[in-house]
Write a new protein. Structure first.
Length: 83
């Protein structure tokens, strides 16, 4: 019976070791996944910031372009509208 108990203890010990190793691996993988996710989020945030800056530059340049529409007074004059 001693052999039977030793065998059961050995199986339990091996199971505990396997669970411990599995938990260690899961923690490591989760840590790596979190680091990868942080890098991806930083990349997306940087991309959004770059696009925002580019759009601001485009808007600023558009404001500098001459208008294709005449000012209201010129339009009224051409249309024969008087107030």
């Amino acid at each position: 019976m001693t052999d039977h108990h030793q065998t059961r203890l050995k199986v339990l010990d091996d199971s505990v070791k396997a669970i411990s190793e599995s938990q260690t691996n899961l923690r490591r993988e989760m840590s790596e996944s979190q680091a990868n996710l942080r890098r991806e989020i930083d990349s997306v945030a940087s991309s959004v910031a770059d696009q925002s800056k580019l759009l601001q530059e485009v808007l600023a340049r558009l404001k500098l372009l001459p208008s294709k529409h005449p000012p209201d007074s010129d339009f009224r004059e051409r249309a024969g509208i008087s107030y």
